[in-house]
Write a protein that binds this ligand. Sequence first.
Ligand SMILES: Cc1ncc(COP(=O)(O)O)c(C=O)c1O
Length: 467
Amino acid sequence: MIFTTVDRKSSKSLTQQVYEQIRNGILDGKLKEGQKLLSSRELAKIINVSRNVVLEAYHRLLAEGYIEVKPRSGTFIAKGTSLEHIGAKKLDIEKKQKEELEDSIIDFRGGNPAIDHFPRKKWGDLTKKICNESPQSIFGYSSACGIQELRDVLVSYLRRARGVHCQPEQIIITSGATQGLKLITELLITDKKRDYIAVEDPVTDEMRNIFTYAKAEIYPVSVDENGIIPELLPKEKPNFVFVIPSHQYPLGGILSIQRRLKLIEYARRMNCYIVEDDYDSEFTYEGAPVPAMQGIDQERVLYVGTFSKILSPALRIGYVVLPAHLVGEFQKLKWFTDRHTSTLEQHTLARFIEGGYLDKHIRKMRKIYQERRLVLVNSIQKYFHQAKIIGKAAGMHLVVEMAGIDFKKELVQKIKEKGVCIYPVEEYSIKKGEHTQKIIMGYGGLTPEQIKKGILLLRDALNEYKG
Ligand SMILES: Cc1ncc(COP(=O)(O)O)c(C=O)c1O
């Protein structure tokens, strides 16, 4: 039974105090249905009141149905009295309804990959093999750089697939690109009063948050349909320039070779670094993928990659390819952060790449994303005649410009109420006002049916809004 104490200085009678404490205990679930109460004699003794005080309180509780008396057994908390029980049921129903609503929403978020196609079977088989057949040492602590096997296979994969030139010693396995970028910021931004980063504008909110959380100054450099505009880079040396040259997020441009060279020239002249985020460039649907900038200059470019998009964000495996002279310091930062990324997952991934399964998976996913993109493009063209599709046919998202529609918060909310989530480019912009009529539409994580349905709902929502 819960404690009961009485305050003799209180304006409330002793009976009222005992009654209220037991009643409140029942209502908020501290006293459970079916639980036995102390006898009036025992309770009176414990709290040092006369037995009549307790008897009177019990009578009231009995009259109101909170307790029941079972002959020769005692006094018990009555059934159906627990507010916690009633409240929890209500909360459960509300939670379920909310979840159902969230589940039914068609979410065009940009970076969502097709997790319905994760190679579960192969991954599971390899994981089992590694657990059963590997030496005991793989279950111990490992190097902060990542396991040798993965770094070795990455060297040849990155050279072949992305034109990246490096030695295994230059690669550090991170817990996703997010951690890679966070550690790069820590490494390169040392004087928070003076140091700053030149950043593509608009830019992904996640990456921008990493920089601002590190309290680094940000210098926005506008982006057009062909990526960052080199002429707009700052006149004073930044610590680094952050770019996504292979498929800019969100506008989707691929940086031309002329602009790439200007950017490299700039970094050399200013004696600063370029941080190249190459998160989804395996998926290009027209022409060959443009090789990474790291292939042009290995001293100036820090290359960041991830397996979140080509396999699954749940793996939390990314990597950074560093100029050799930065490896030591970066490795220390990684060690201080989490010692190392999960070794077991790294072993599975190394085998997955080595066995040729990654290439196969990428080929399969390219077709799936290409189809999803096509469905989205066709649906947009069918229902929005004025809409302009922006961005190269690559990755898992595109940008749509709808002349005359300002995607303000209230409109986005109205569209959400119809069951669709879309993402205004303006929310990713540092300089406001330049992209108000553009939205990001990710298609990676949606089936063709969901895409078609989503576009119809969007059309209805916009028609209603226009009135
Ligand atoms: C531009 C960009 N790069 C990289 C990533 C991947 O981050 P991570 O590897 O930590 O999942 C994202 C995630 O959405 C992203 O938007």
